[in-house]
Design a protein around this ligand. Structure first.
Ligand SMILES: Cc1cc2nc3c(=O)[nH]c(=O)nc-3n(C[C@H](O)[C@H](O)[C@H](O)COP(=O)(O)OP(=O)(O)OC[C@H]3O[C@@H](n4cnc5c(N)ncnc54)[C@H](O)[C@@H]3O)c2cc1C
Length: 484
């Protein structure tokens, strides 16, 4: 029995369900495939830096597979429409009996898989997909009324119950070295035309070994203090594992296993990992929640709001404000620091993501879809489900969203979560000389710099009048009638 394992967002050998199942027969042999689809990168706003990271991850995967005598074939499909024929062609080339892959939940990916399945069935090849991107498949969790969960807390409760009933989500062993197939792997390309980034590659070492090293360091040094430190963008208090989860260099099962290992086998705060471990596990479950939302509510993959009535909101149309936000030139230091961190590193701290998303959708009252797109075009960890979930949460258009009347004040956020201004000073060098609390709002007449220093400052005044923000948001949201 020969299996073709089609790697997508699961670029690792260890704890990979499709790979594991390829060896479920005695004498089974396996060939691996990855299809690079530049058309999909464009269609999905994939960041060039993320494309480069995927290529670097593929190179590590290819080397790891080679040690197991599993050749990795690389094919290029200009658009998603070409994918079914390419997969079918590879099946014929390598004389595979079946194709195995790990399931993806977004709407385009689901449709692509249906098309692939139809083509493969016509040539007599079985296509099987597995639950792997998430520890628990979205279809396994239903409310008492039989529908999908739309609120996080009950979802989390049901998720933990299911996790316990199933005896957890055990990490799968890596496959053993197989006999030589006589098939050579392909060289992983260094670049994809049209996707190159100025962000330094060495900021994010690629592959599953780098992911595991990062995870271990986090678990040893920061897991316990996670709850206390995770909201401070200048502290190294979170795992920074998101780029690896997004391309599947590590699985969520492995993340959970490591947290449980440090927490005497528990998911809650009663183990030695305490509230830190329990809160981190909760974040992994947030990721699963948003995957479940895209699966059950495909409209969120199609540019529509989770709360349909909010599609009627008439957002501001202000290209200059949008550009200032993108460039980190809004005159609000914490917002500008975060946007510049994104441009310089391809990543942004979660608290900062919430602040800039709330600022775009509430203070500037710009359509959250502009922010969602800009994030995808720049994030190394760009993930439709979490990104859309985060944006719609911030814009109060989403599931379990922030209520529209609870609007972050970015200056208070700055004072609370960057109290000494270290994050601002790091990313906004023109403010690095400012001492004390004036860093949070240097142009403010009461709390900012003295008038002369303000005049000399080479930093923009805030582009929006905070005093008017609330009224505009209230007026837009108040009259909306909830729709199913
Ligand atoms: C507007 C906005 C956009 C976002 N876009 C993305 C995105 O494109 N890709 C992405 O992976 N995350 C996104 N997030 C969620 C979150 O900001 C990142 O997952 C987190 O900052 C990654 O850093 P970390 O790995 O250090 O996280 P940790 O705090 O160490 O958390 C561990 C893991 O839990 C998951 N997680 C944590 N917070 C969330 C959350 N709020 N929602 C869903 N999963 C979460 C991530 O997989 C993360 O890697 C977004 C959040 C917001 C508010």
């Amino acid at each position: 029995m020969r299996s073709l394992v089609w790697f997508r967002n699961d670029l690792r050998v260890s704890d990979n369900t499709a790979m594991h199942n390829a060896f479920d027969h005695a004498g089974a042999s396996c060939v691996a495939l990855h299809v690079i689809c530049p058309g999909d990168y464009v269609r999905h706003d994939t960041a060039p830096y993320r494309v480069e990271f995927i290529l670097r991850t593929l190179a590590v995967l290819s080397a790891d597979l080679k040690k197991l005598n599993i050749p990795l074939l690389i094919r290029v499909a200009p658009t998603h429409r070409d994918v079914p024929q390419i997969v079918a062609q590879v099946v014929r080339e390598v004389k595979a009996d079946r194709v195995l892959a790990n399931r993806e939940y977004e709407v385009n990916e689901s449709r692509r898989d249906e098309a692939v399945s139809a083509v493969l069935v016509r040539q007599g090849t079985k296509f099987t997909t597995f639950t792997d991107t998430v520890a628990i498949c979205p279809t396994e969790l239903r409310t008492g009324a039989g529908g999908p969960y739309t609120v996080f807390t009950p979802f989390k409760r049901a998720w933990i119950k299911r996790f316990d009933e199933r005896g957890g989500a055990p990490v799968l062993p890596a496959p053993r070295r197989q006999a030589d197939t006589g098939i050579s792997g392909d060289k992983v390309p260094d670049r994809v035309e049209g996707f190159s980034s100025a962000v330094a590659a060495d900021l994010w070492p690629a592959g599953e070994h780098a992911a595991m090293a990062r995870l271990r360091t986090f678990s040893d040094r920061s897991l316990r203090s996670y709850k206390a430190r995770r909201d401070f963008p200048s502290a190294d208090g979170t795992s920074a594992i998101s780029p690896y989860l997004a391309c599947g260099a590590v699985s969520s099962r492995t993340c959970l296993a490591l947290a449980m290992e440090a927490n005497a086998g528990r998911l809650d705060d009663k183990g030695p990992g305490g509230e830190g471990a329990a809160t981190w596990v909760s974040e992994i479950i947030w990721r699963e929640f948003y995957k479940s939302i895209v699966h059950h509510f495909p409209r969120v993959c199609m540019g529509r709001a989770f709360k349909p009535e909010t599609d009627a909101i008439r957002w501001e149309d202000n290209p200059a404000h949008l550009q200032a936000w993108k460039d980190g030139r809004t005159g609000v230091p914490i917002v500008d620091a975060a946007m510049r961190q994104l441009s310089a590193t391809g990543w942004m701290h979660n608290r900062a993501r919430m602040i800039v998303a709330m600022f775009l959708s509430k203070d500037l009252f710009l359509n959250w879809r502009h922010g969602e797109k800009h994030f995808m075009l720049n994030l190394i960890d760009g993930d439709l489900a979490s990104n859309n979930g985060g944006w719609q949460w911030s814009a109060s258009t989403g599931t379990d969203a922030a209520p529209y009347f609870r609007i972050f004040n970015p200056i208070s956020q700055s004072r609370n979560f960057d109290p000494d201004g270290a994050y601002i000073r790091r990313w906004v060098p023109e403010l690095s000389g400012i001492e004390g609390a004036a860093i949070h709002a240097p142009h403010d007449e009461d709390d900012g710099l003295p008038p002369i220093a303000r005049m000399k400052l080479d930093y923009p005044r805030p582009i929006v009048d905070r005093a008017k923000v609330r009224d505009r948001v209230m007026a837009a949201f108040q009259g909306l009638k909830p729709r199913a």
